[in-house]
Design a protein around this ligand. Structure first.
Ligand code: HH2
Length: 250
């Protein structure tokens, strides 16, 4: 899954793809590089990010989804039912839901649904990074959400531990180290580590544009542990890494 942030303030690429033409070109490029899905988002969810009004998020996302969906599978990265509905109407077929609450929207249109773990809201979530047993708590949350999705009638359900969402470096590493416990639930697992701050913290404060190696290491780790999909900014190198992992697993 290749990331396409149509936002002014995303942590790694804010402002770069806000313009419609630039966003579409970037999405097409990600698809040409081998992304199976382009994930279009109009609201940053980085720690401390402010919420975006629904009209503005619709304005950013819908035209880009409509254009890209003609050539590649598109997911919409949103927490708002109205934005998910409009994006599905425009051709998206997967709801990438960091709030893990939009299963009814997905069910109503026959779309797929990614349920991601987070605690609280992006603006305050890092204050909620407290767990007795982060792996067990995240697993339990995700299994409950996936079952709710299935009960609502969603046929394609993915679970995602939400790396960096209300999590410390230690929590992120524990979830990656024990990823097989999520894989063992039987729900396909998505992992998003790309360029995230824990990689910077583990690599001598590497700035966001200098986290490719850490992003590839963690994506490769996730694949080897059984993740079914990785959400990344750097599609071409990740596809190369995925080919190596696939050969190794064959
Ligand atoms: N991470 C981000 C956004 N959406 N969706 C899923 N399923 N999993 C993730 O780990 C995930 C996600 C944050 O990354 P990014 O979109 O690059 O940044 P921002 O939220 O600042 O736009």
């Amino acid at each position: 899954m290749g990331v396409l942030n149509v936002t002014p303030d995303s942590f790694s690429d804010g402002g770069r793809w806000l313009d419609f033409e630039a966003a579409v070109a970037h999405g097409r490029q990600r698809a040409a590089e081998g992304a199976d899905i382009v994930d279009v988002g109009g609201e940053s969810t980085r720690p401390g990010a402010e919420a975006v009004p629904v009209e503005e998020e619709l304005r950013r996302v819908v035209p880009v989804v409509r254009e890209l969906a003609q050539r590649v599978r598109v997911s919409v990265d949103t927490r708002k039912p109205a934005v998910a509905e409009a994006a599905l109407e425009a051709g998206a077929t997967l709801v990438n839901d960091v709030s893990a609450s939009l299963h009814a929207v997905a069910a109503a249109t026959g779309a797929g649904w990614i349920a991601m773990h987070m605690k609280g809201e992006p603006v305050t979530m890092q204050q909620e990074a407290h767990y007795e047993d982060v792996v067990a708590e995240v697993r339990q949350f995700l299994v409950e959400r996936a079952e709710a999705g299935r009960a609502a009638g969603v046929e394609e359900i993915w679970i995602d531990p939400g790396i960096g969402f209300a999590k410390t470096v230690h929590h992120n590493l524990a979830l990656l180290a024990h990823l097989e416990e999520l894989v063992a639930t039987g729900w396909p697992v998505v992992v998003g580590t790309s360029r995230k701050s824990f990689i910077g913290k583990l690599t001598g404060d590497a700035p966001v544009d200098d986290r490719l190696e850490g992003s590839l290491a963690t994506a490769t780790w996730a694949m080897a542990k059984g993740a079914a999909m990785v959400r990344v900014h750097d599609v071409l190198p990740t596809v190369q890494a995925a080919r190596i992992v696939a050969e190794g697993a064959a």
